[in-house]
Design a protein around this ligand. Structure first.
Ligand code: PEP
Length: 252
């Protein structure tokens, strides 16, 4: 069985100015400087990318954006392109976060276009999928995950797919304090790995990293990470404080 390198990303959403972001990195970097068992990524708002890029120089922290537009440039007020993110120092980009899907109407088709454009620019997409509470309660979780997986990642070549990370983020667990149980999360992760096996074959399914996201905290991360198909976490609230995000990264 492939060993997958754990991956922890902090999604800061619309929190922190450049100054606050730089202060975070100054406090956080020493806490994770020996954490070479995993990848550590911060996704600040666009306006704090430069401050984090500068502050993280010489550390083991990498940079992600929270969104991207699929065009290279153009009349798209308020949007940012993949080449701009690369120039700003990003290696990763979060695509299709549930807040983008639900607050801003982002469709699977838009997710697909963003994934393709990001890959073309050399960015590594962290593609989010996940069901709402009413979808879970009406037994539609599998159908929703299949639709989001197939819609967002359709037709990727093996070389493209090998650069994808998936984040399973049940909408009912995001920012609510309700973490999915390790068993509930594992069931969805196994399903997503199964979809990858079907679309891309066994070796790709074995190497794909699937993160769990949804109210991950220092005291819930170990149980989640003990599951065979959970390879890391996408963390919102608990990534805003250096101590708690470091405790998640260093949970072992
Ligand atoms: C997220 O923003 O992706 C997230 C999972 O948030 P939280 O950890 O606060 O639930």
């Amino acid at each position: 069985m492939a060993t997958r390198r754990p991956f922890f990303a902090g999604n800061w959403k619309m929190f922190k100015t450049g100054g606050q972001a730089a202060e975070f990195v100054r406090d956080f970097a020493p806490l994770v400087k020996n954490s070479d068992h995993c990848d550590i990524v911060l996704a600040p708002p666009f306006t704090a990318l430069e401050a984090v890029r500068t502050a993280m120089e010489g550390t083991n922290i990498e940079l992600a954006a929270q969104n991207v537009h699929w065009e290279k440039e153009g009349a798209e007020t308020g949007e940012v392109s993949g080449s701009m993110l690369v120039a700003a120092g990003c290696r990763y980009v979060i695509i299709g976060h549930s807040e983008r899907r639900h607050h801003f109407g982002e469709s699977d088709e838009a997710v697909h276009k963003k994934v393709k454009a990001s890959l073309e620019e050399g960015l590594l997409p962290i593609v989010c999928v996940g069901e709402t509470l009413s979808e879970r309660e009406s037994d539609e979780t599998q159908k929703i995950l299949e639709r989001q997986f197939n819609g967002g990642l359709a037709g990727l070549t093996p070389s493209e797919f090998s650069r994808i990370i998936i984040a399973y983020e049940p909408v009912w667990a995001i920012g609510t304090g309700k973490t999915a149980t390790p068993e509930t999360a594992e069931e969805a992760h196994a399903l997503l790995r199964g979809l990858t096996r079907k679309a891309q074959g066994e070796p790709m399914a074995e190497r794909l990293r699937i993160l769990y996201g949804g109210s991950v905290k220092p005291d819930s991360v170990s149980g989640l990470m003990a599951q065979v198909d959970i390879d890391g976490a996408l963390v919102g609230g608990a990534s805003l404080k250096p101590d708690s995000f470091a405790a998640i990264v260093n949970h072992r």
